[in-house]
Unconditional design. Structure first.
Length: 305
């Protein structure tokens, strides 16, 4: 075992894809605490990790007071991931500075203050990392939701993706939304002030279809060619299809040179297609992540510049 330890936190319900991805990357778990998998470092970019603890320390604990002090000595903000000795762990957390976690009002920047994660894995032992991959507590992005306007809850995925990306469309930009029905993602894009072209064989929700800067094409996302649509600032896709088919579509648009930014859901039907996921992750300038609002899917993001 190396001195450099890393922990990968699996999304709720998706421990198996994380274990499979680690194995394919040759990363061997050395310890596991339910959804938290500890490995030898260095940290790797792993799509199926909701949060990555990049530099895990083992901190001996002699008392609640000493445990809290040891964490405070490293940095101010900490989030407890409870795995054992729950009352003792909570007493240590209560002795640390309070960390607010108010839901974001989209569009808003992700939290910027350093936030560490820790667990009490034995009565006398803390695992802690002051350096984590997610700016959100345990990777759990929360928003003040709009429960009346969007036609479904899929809009939360795009809110989260754009927040994680640190950029979103704006007035004067042109967006292409593939697999748009019933219109949750098109609504998000339109609310930023952008012009939206929505594409789906199925109709949009009438309230979305009536938006003033939205044009609907009732057609398959796979039947359109880039030349038909022309240049777009953003291409988004939440279309339901096999990952390999989406990859071919994305490569077609990439090769056209007509798209500046991409945000696409890579949905898995049945077993996780790790080979295609890896192909998405290897596209230059892009990243592949499991968002808090994803299910058995990943989100692929590629921004210009």
């Amino acid at each position: 075992m190396s001195d450099h330890l890393v922990a990968y936190l699996a999304p709720d319900g998706y421990i198996d894809p994380l274990i499979e991805e680690l194995a394919l990357a040759g990363i061997v778990p050395v310890e596991r605490y339910d959804r938290l998998i500890l490995t030898d470092g260095p940290a790797r970019q792993v799509a199926w990790a909701q949060n990555i603890w990049r530099a895990v320390e083992r901190i001996p604990v002699t008392s609640i007071k000493q445990g809290a002090k040891a964490l405070r000595d490293r940095q101010r903000n900490w989030a407890l991931w409870p795995v054992a000795h729950h009352r003792r762990a909570q007493l240590i957390q209560d002795a640390l500075p309070h960390v607010g976690a108010k839901p974001l009002v989209f569009p808003a920047a992700a939290p910027s203050a350093p936030l560490g994660s820790w667990s009490l894995v034995a009565e006398d032992l803390i695992l802690a990392s002051a350096d984590c991959s997610s700016p959100f507590r345990h990777g759990e992005a929360a928003f003040v939701e709009d429960r009346t306007t969007p036609p479904n809850r899929a809009y939360l995925k795009l809110w989260e993706a754009l927040t994680v990306a640190g950029r979103h469309p704006g007035p004067g930009e042109r967006c292409l939304d593939l697999g748009a029905s019933p219109g949750g993602w098109s609504w998000v894009l339109h609310e930023t002030g952008a012009d939206v072209v929505s594409v789906d064989r199925a109709a949009l929700d009438p309230r979305i279809a009536a938006l003033p800067r939205l044009t609907q094409h009732q057609a398959s996302a796979f039947s359109l060619t880039p030349a038909e649509i022309g240049p777009v600032d953003w291409l988004t896709s939440d279309v339901i299809c096999y990952p390999a088919r989406l990859l071919r579509l994305v490569k077609n648009w990439l090769e056209s040179g007509l798209v500046r930014n991409f945000v696409c859901s890579v949905k898995f039907q049945g077993p996780t297609d790790h080979e295609t996921a890896k192909a998405f992750a290897e596209i230059p300038g892009s990243r592949l992540v499991h968002l808090y609002h994803n299910k058995h899917e990943l989100t692929w993001i590629r921004l210009d510049g």
